[in-house]
Ligand binder design. Structure first.
Ligand code: SF4
Ligand code: SF4
Length: 337
């Protein structure tokens, strides 16, 4: 069902939803950016529609709600283990089409990638519903159209602000009353999706093996400072590492955590015996880029990157991921002659 709501109406609808759900949404954090006097858009729990940043793409993704930066898994003593609690109350996450497509990638990795589902991901995922924020215009650095991630159907309701009203398309019957009871009128509502980005990418169909040692990656050894920011903002990066914290000197009482990891930072490929699989930043860039726009597709049939553009925007060295994809494509064509 489709509805048109005033600003007061949509805030009342949020009030009604909050009786059952927590709402996790992009919020403009004034003055909380990395540099002095800069703002940042991060996800946070909100009480009202007015708190939500509806206009611009968030700098950080929704990902913290499904794969927290640091998550306690269990506590242990010498002879006991107790699973860590987590807040299992239902959540609605407001997100754009690219991010809804990104959830599909995380589901693939954690829930459809082998015999066993990832328990910690699954228990969080089960209490989450996704709502769509319509995109009327492209965001900075985004290339979702070329990645085929500019549209999404898998949402419980959509929100499109226009001319002082909010247009809502509700797909889940249980949520209908919250909007119907506070609407000005019913309408046929079709969410807005971006159909044209300023940035375009072309991906190679196949990549020759010689590309793995190619000189094109040397540029990134010089420029990249392996800070890992590109990974931490990415809505599809899923790597984590395990850390044990010991509460006692004998190491027999403590807590096990899983913590987000980054394939760009030191330590990620260290193995027993002191071997480092990818030492240079160029090699790390090669791994990341091919994983996002080639290797994942070879396994699952579609690319991992959704073209949200966050990694381009956040890189302190102005390394553009979309440029890198295009350079990769050009180099593959060159090698093919
Ligand atoms: S954000 Fe930029 S500098 Fe930092 S690891 Fe990624 S590509 Fe390298
Ligand atoms: S690789 Fe960059 S553009 Fe692609 S999904 Fe991740 S953050 Fe977005």
């Amino acid at each position: 069902m489709g509805y048109v709501l005033s600003n007061e109406g949509i805030n009342k609808a949020f009030e009604a939803l909050r009786k059952e759900y927590r709402i996790f949404a992009p919020v403009l954090k004034v003055g909380e950016g990395r540099f002095k006097d800069t703002d940042v858009i991060r996800y946070d729990f909100v009480d009202s529609y007015d708190e939500v940043e509806m206009d611009k793409r968030s700098d950080f993704s929704y990902k913290d709600i499904v794969t927290p930066l640091s998550e306690s898994m269990f506590f242990f003593t010498e002879d006991q283990i107790r699973e860590a609690n987590f807040d299992a109350s239902p959540v609605i996450v407001l997100m754009r089409a690219c991010d809804i497509n990104a959830v599909e990638r995380l589901d693939q990795i954690f829930l459809a990638n082998g015999e066993h589902n990832d328990y910690y991901y699954e228990r969080r995922r089960e209490v989450i519903k996704f709502a769509l924020i319509g995109c009327g215009k492209t965001c900075e650095d985004g290339f979702c159209v070329d990645m085929g991630s500019n549209k999404a159907e898998d949402y419980v309701f959509s929100l499109d602000p226009k001319d002082g009203k909010v247009y809502v398309n509700v797909k889940e019957d249980d949520l209908d009353a919250a909007f119907a009871d506070n609407s000005e009128s019913s309408a046929d509502v079709v969410p807005q999706f971006v159909t044209e980005n300023e940035v375009h990418v072309e991906r190679p169909e196949e990549v020759p093996l010689t590309l793995f040692k190619d000189e094109m990656w040397d540029e990134y050894s010089k420029r990249c400072i392996n800070c890992g920011r590109c990974n931490f903002v990415c809505p599809t990066c899923s790597c984590f590492t395990i850390q044990d914290l010991f509460f006692t000197d004998n190491g027999k009482v403590g807590e096990r955590r899983r913590v987000n990891a980054s394939c760009m930072v030191d330590g990620y490929t260290d193995v027993a015996g002191g071997l480092v699989q990818r030492r240079s930043n160029g090699e790390r860039m090669r791994f990341k880029v091919l994983h996002k726009v080639y290797d994942f597709r070879k396994i699952f049939g579609y690319d991992m990157c959704v073209g949200c553009g966050r990694c381009d925007t956040v890189c302190p060295e102005y390394i553009s991921f979309s440029n890198c994809i295009n350079k990769l494509n050009a180099r593959v064509k060159e090698l093919e002659g």
